[in-house]
Design a protein around this ligand. Structure first.
Ligand code: GLN
Length: 312
């Protein structure tokens, strides 16, 4: 099918934004004060095509922390650093049906069930190459920055708060170490995970990161390759089955795109070969997904016929 004209896409993005705007239900994440301090009514919607067009509306330049949307990108870097086989020996790719912060491993394989829950994400963070902790985190930051097409930085206050309160994630790190899934310092892996969650992005950045995944790993703006095509496919596969916490099944049936959300209020969705979508709206539903983010992706998918199983 022929993609819609740019004017049509711009109009639909504006319509969907207006359609979703009035919904102020949901609650801000409040496990650390920095997230509870977000402007609750901030709302941005941005769509970027694999060939480099960007359509945005609302608070597209407001900074927020990437949180769990970091997970597919660190997983991508771990795959590139260690190779898919070595990573698969430590992290499964099965949906968990559990909360993202569950302190659990698959009882049969004794591995984290997937890289989108904290146990798998902390394991992925432990697998990043580098001479020391500083260099390993810098490589994560450089990787995310290649996806975004600009130099990203970490929000120090959010990081300090995550670190001060992160006992549950430390428990997960120690569990992983005791099962030999992490064979390095678990405190270092968990600290890297806190740092990666605290990277600041805007909705505009997130749309370009999504478009880079849509464009087989090449950033449409800079032309730089952020990830190989084969690994991009692997990352998108895991996002399809595990990206939206326990709402993954509902998401696939009503939106039909690989996606990842974060408790900072962001959602990233990808139609492979075509477009990346980003939404920022910090009020969350009980799953931890942005209320207006989910609604806007549903509406956009419906109006632009983006569902990956849709046949025209
Ligand atoms: N920093 C958060 C945590 O690990 C991120 C969670 C999320 O976005 N789901 O608990």
């Amino acid at each position: 099918p022929r993609p819609p004209e740019p004017g049509v896409v711009a109009a639909i993005v504006a319509e969907v934004y207006a359609h979703c705007r009035a919904d102020t239900s949901g609650e801000l994440a409040d496990y650390i004060p920095e997230l509870a301090a977000a402007q609750p009514d901030s709302f941005a919607l941005c769509l970027a095509t694999a060939d480099g067009r960007i359509y945005g509306t609302g608070d597209t330049t407001t900074a927020f922390t990437i949180q769990s949307i970091s997970k597919p990108f660190t997983y991508a870097l771990a795959l590139a650093d260690r190779g898919p086989e070595a990573v698969a020996q430590r992290i499964d790719v099965e949906p968990s049906g559990e909360a993202f912060n569950e302190i659990s491993l698959d009882p049969v394989t004794e591995r984290p069930r997937n890289p989108m829950i904290n146990a798998g994400a902390i394991t992925a963070a432990s697998l990043i190459s580098g001479h020391n902790a500083k260099e390993r985190f810098q490589r994560i930051l450089d990787c995310y920055s290649r996806f975004a097409g600009r130099g990203l930085t970490m929000n120090e206050a959010v990081y300090a708060s995550e670190s001060r309160t992160g006992y549950r994630n430390r428990a997960i790190g120690y569990m992983l170490r005791s099962f030999g899934i992490i064979d390095s310092d678990p405190d270092e892996a968990v600290d890297r995970y806190f740092r990666q969650c605290s990277v600041e992005i805007t909705c505009h950045d997130l749309a370009i990161m999504a478009a880079t995944l849509a464009n087989n790993g090449v950033n449409p703006g800079t032309g730089a390759r952020a990830l190989t095509a084969a690994l991009t496919e692997q990352v998108l596969s895991v996002m399809t089955t595990c990206g939206m916490y326990n709402a993954a099944g509902d998401w696939v049936s009503t939106v039909g795109m690989p996606a990842k959300s974060g408790v900072g209020g962001g959602i990233l969705a990808v139609l492979p070969g075509q477009i990346g979508i980003a939404v920022y709206s910090p009020r969350l539903d009980p799953h931890g997904n942005s209320v207006r983010g989910v609604a806007a992706c549903r509406e956009l998918s419906k109006r632009l016929e983006l569902h990956f199983l849709h046949v025209t």
